[in-house]
Structures are given as C-alpha cells and as structure tokens.
Write a protein that binds this ligand. Sequence first.
Ligand code: HEC
Ligand code: HEC
Length: 173
Amino acid sequence: MKKIVIASILIAGSLFADSSFFGSKKDVAPATDELYLKECGSCHFAYQPGLLPSRSWVKVMDGLDNHFGTDASLDAKDSKSILKYLVDNSAEKFTNYKRSKKINDSVAAAETPIAITKTRYFIQKHRELSAKHIEQKEVKSLANCMACHTKADKGSYNEREINIPNFGKWEDD
Ligand code: HEC
Ligand code: HEC
C-alpha cells in the first residue's frame, strides 16, 4: 500500500512538474521563493534557479561582494537560505524541464559559469541577435531576459512569446 501511494505521488508530481499534462510543457520552473525574489530580483530579473547548475549558484553566492561590478552582499542568514533554495532547484535537479536539461547538458563538467548568458546553450540560442537588438536602451544587455521574453517571469521562453523592443516578433529562418 505504502509503495503504491509513493508511486502515485511520484507520477502525479512529475506530470505536474513538466505541465505537459495540462498542455503546456514549461521551459523552467518559475522562481517562487519570496526572499529570493526580493533580494535577487531588485537589480535585475530574478533568474530561475533551473537556469544554472548548482555549482554555479554556489559560486555566484560566494562572490556577492564583487558581483558583476556591484556589491550584492547579504547577511549570513539570508545568504544561506537563498543558496539552499537555488541549489535545491538548480538545473540538474529539474531535467524534466526542457531548458534546464539543455542548459545543464551544455555546461561541461569542468566548467562553472556564473552567468546563464555564458553557457553554451544560451550562446547558441542567441547567436543570431546582433548589437542593434541588444545595445538599445530598452534592452541594454542579454542578461535582461524580460526585455524580449515576455513571459520569462513565468518560466516560459517559448519562441512565439519573444517580442524584441523596436523589432517585434522573432522570425526564425
Ligand atoms: C546591487 C544589484 C544586484 C543585486 C542585489 C543582485 N545582482 Fe545579480 N547582477 C547584477 C548586475 C549588475 C549583473 C550584470 C548584468 C548584466 O550583465 O547586464 C548581474 C548579473 C547576475 C547574473 C548573471 C546574468 C547572466 O546570465 O548574464 C546572475 C546569475 C545573478 N546576477 C544572480 C544574482 C543573485 C542570485 C542575486 C541575489 C543573491 C543577485 N544577482 C543580486 C546586480 C545585482
Ligand atoms: C534581445 C532579446 C533577448 C534577450 C534579452 C534574451 N533573449 Fe532569449 N532568445 C531571444 C531570441 C531572438 C531567441 C531565439 C529564438 C529561436 O530562434 O529559437 C531566444 C531564445 C531563447 C531560448 C530558447 C527558446 C527556444 O524556443 O528555443 C531560451 C531558453 C532563452 N532565449 C532564454 C533567455 C534567458 C534566460 C535570457 C536572459 C538571461 C534571455 N533569453 C535573453 C531573444 C532574447
């Protein structure tokens, strides 16, 4: 009996997690932790934990005092709690989400990128964009996911939802 219950929980969990059961397979699990959203979503988009492997998050959280040219340090308690959230929800733990799997697979075991924009998968997916798309004031940086991916905050990066400021929909050819 116990086994059956556990098995059904696992099956229900995986159906729910990748959402294919409801007709829309999610790209990455949305970020939900309130402390994370507050502390790591104040200067930029709160990147979903499933966009980087856990060792990357460890390195990001280890270097907050010198974080991409700014000081993003937190007190020890908040830092520990956010690190746990990031590691527990990192890319290699959520390979049933297709982008998490692809990002994780694209990072070599010897690498520990501290930016999503430095992963092989990301670079390959954005290689057709040029300076005119990125350097305009509405975008500024490829790290500004929400500028183009209109549902990035929902964990959805579908091509059809892309809207590049001043250029519009992305026509892939
Ligand atoms: C004081 C402002 C500030 C805070 C707070 C902050 N960041 Fe950042 N973060 C930055 C800047 C600036 C960049 C570089 C953005 C760019 O390249 O356009 C950045 C970039 C990043 C990137 C790389 C994005 C990419 O793929 O290029 C990650 C990952 C990141 N931050 C995680 C975090 C996490 C986790 C926290 C919370 C612990 C956090 N940040 C809090 C300023 C901040
Ligand atoms: C300047 C606009 C722009 C920004 C900023 C941007 N992207 Fe993209 N992204 C695109 C375009 C264009 C594509 C290519 C779609 C295609 O041809 O498959 C893409 C593709 C993707 C894909 C693959 C989608 C698919 O259907 O294959 C993912 C995942 C993704 N981006 C994530 C991100 C994340 C995460 C960020 C922020 C760290 C980001 N993007 C920032 C424009 C952007």
